[in-house]
Design a protein around this ligand. Structure first.
Ligand code: NAD
Ligand code: UD1
Length: 334
């Protein structure tokens, strides 16, 4: 099938492009490069041996984007494009609402114009707000604690309304937990601009001396070692969930929602210690105050994705920390 990936040069999109191609799909990428680099396209070619069609385009530009969609006529679209930094969304809410909502509305309008009725949407575990218990199942109450999370929640609702109005429209909403790690080749991975907010990219920068030390946000949570627990998933496992979702959309089921995690929770210190042990490097850290807005524990029930999509994580924590390290190593001039 022909699959169009919005935001396909970003962290998750690029890994998904590889998996789609390896599963026989044709990939077209649209990205405005606001949080990715054109060099990723060359890396994708190196990994897959295929030339991938790429359009530099902002989805907020309806005229330009709808022409691309009309020309390409994809069978399905995977919508990764969006801004994703929680802290920045609090500082610049209008930028987040504008980019994430307008791009999605434009995408839906353009899809309608060219009769493309199959979509996969990148949502997030953030839509569960502060879950009352773990593991989290898809029917837990939804809420948002910041503008970024609110855009995800609003988009889920927009997709629900649209699907009710258009019975030919199929959409799979994937609620990602915490993707980390990189492709085995070390050619693509997570490369955030500036100082990272998320745990794994921060650890890798400290390991290579680009940042001095990691701050562990809180050690007084009600968790086994007092630090926050999350459901870390290898980005290649997450990528594969999209290929399974493509298959699911062909069953014409309307709207489907799945958590994509491993179902296992690891603490901040589990991650740091596994990283140190497996990569044989030092990661200096200190325990500091809790980060505002953080919750103690968040991990998925992945039963629904397992049963209905056939999803099963292949990679373990060791694979995640070694691939993250290898990617950073390859991109660091030692
Ligand atoms: P990313 O920033 O690496 O990739 C997003 C891509 O979208 C970037 O290449 C960026 O240039 C592009 N983009 C942004 N706005 C655009 C626009 N208006 N038009 C065209 N391109 C645009 O992020 P990622 O980690 O790959 O995340 C992909 C999606 O998954 C995002 O929607 C994100 O909110 C969601 N998500 C990510 C995580 C995570 O931990 N990384 C967790 C949950 C959900
Ligand atoms: C964060 C976002 C979430 C988003 C997800 C993926 C917040 C509050 N939540 O999730 O909305 O979907 O990223 O982009 O920002 N930690 C440290 N030191 C650090 C960084 C993190 O101790 O320097 C800890 C955190 O307290 C947390 C764990 O590591 O316990 C994971 O943090 P992070 O990688 O930022 O992800 P989340 O907070 O789970």
């Amino acid at each position: 099938m022909k699959i169009l990936l919005t935001g396909g040069l970003g962290y998750i999109g690029s890994h998904t492009a590889v998996d789609c191609i390896e599963n026989g799909h044709e990939v077209v990428i649209v990205d405005n490069l606001s949080n990715s680099k054109i060099e990723v396209l060359g890396s994708l070619k190196q990994i897959t041996g295929k030339n991938i069609k790429f359009y530099k385009c902002d989805l907020c530009d309806f005229n330009k984007f709808s022409k691309i969609l009309k020309k390409e006529k994809p069978d399905q679209v995977i919508h990764f494009a969006g801004l994703k930094a929680v802290g920045e969304s609090v500082q610049k809410p209008l930028m987040y609402y504008n980019n994430n909502l307008v791009s999605t509305l434009n995408l839906l309008k353009a899809m309608e114009l060219c009769d493309c009725n199959n979509l996969i949407f990148s949502s997030s575990a953030t839509v569960y707000g502060e879950p009352k218990s773990v593991p989290i199942t898809e029917d837990f109450p939804l809420s948002a604690t910041n503008p970024y999370g609110r855009t995800k929640l609003m988009i889920e609702e927009i997709l629900g309304d649209y699907q009710k109005a258009n019975k030919y429209f199929n959409v799979v909403i994937l609620r990602y937990f915490n993707p980390i790690g990189a492709h085995d080749s070390g050619l693509i991975g997570e490369d955030p601009n500036g100082i990272p907010n998320n745990l794994m990219p921060y650890i890798t920068k400290v390991a290579f001396g680009k940042l001095k030390q990691l701050s562990v946000f809180g050690s007084d949570y009600n968790t086994p070692d007092g630090t926050g627990v999350r459901d870390y998933i290898h980005v290649c496992d997450l990528a594969h969930a999209h290929v399974l979702a493509i298959n699911k959309n062909t069953e014409n089921k309307g709207l489907l929602i799945y958590n994509v995690g491993t179902g296992k929770g690891y603490s901040v210190l589990d991650i740091v210690n596994t990283f140190i042990k497996n990569n044989k490097v030092d990661v200096p850290y200190k325990i500091v105050e809790r980060r505002p807005g953080d919750i103690a524990e968040c991990y998925a029930s992945s039963k629904k994705a397992s049963k209905e999509l056939g999803f099963k994580a292949k990679y373990n924590l060791k694979d995640m920390v070694t691939s993250a390290y290898n990617y950073e190593k390859k991109h660091t001039n030692l």
